[in-house]
Design a protein around this ligand. Structure first.
Ligand SMILES: [Cu+2]
Length: 66
């Protein structure tokens, strides 16, 4: 489980886009979004680097949350 900060994710549409981007890397990934905190919790076998690249490409530059 990895937490990411996704500052530009502000609504359900963003959440869907972000989820789709991650599932493009790992079809079986699960994404739990906290819209109020602009954070997502990702369970995936894909590495953080691959997930960050996919989010960036989808227009949601992100970082791994500490
Ligand atoms: Cu949105």
């Amino acid at each position: 489980m990895t937490m990411f900060n996704v500052p530009d994710m502000t609504c359900g549409h963003c959440e869907a886009t972000v989820t789709k981007a991650i599932q493009g890397v790992d079809q079986s990934a699960t994404v739990k979004a906290d819209l109020a905190a602009n954070k997502i919790e990702v369970a995936s076998t894909a590495g953080s680097e691959a997930i960050l690249a996919a989010l960036d490409e989808a227009g949601y530059p992100s970082s791994v949350a500490a």
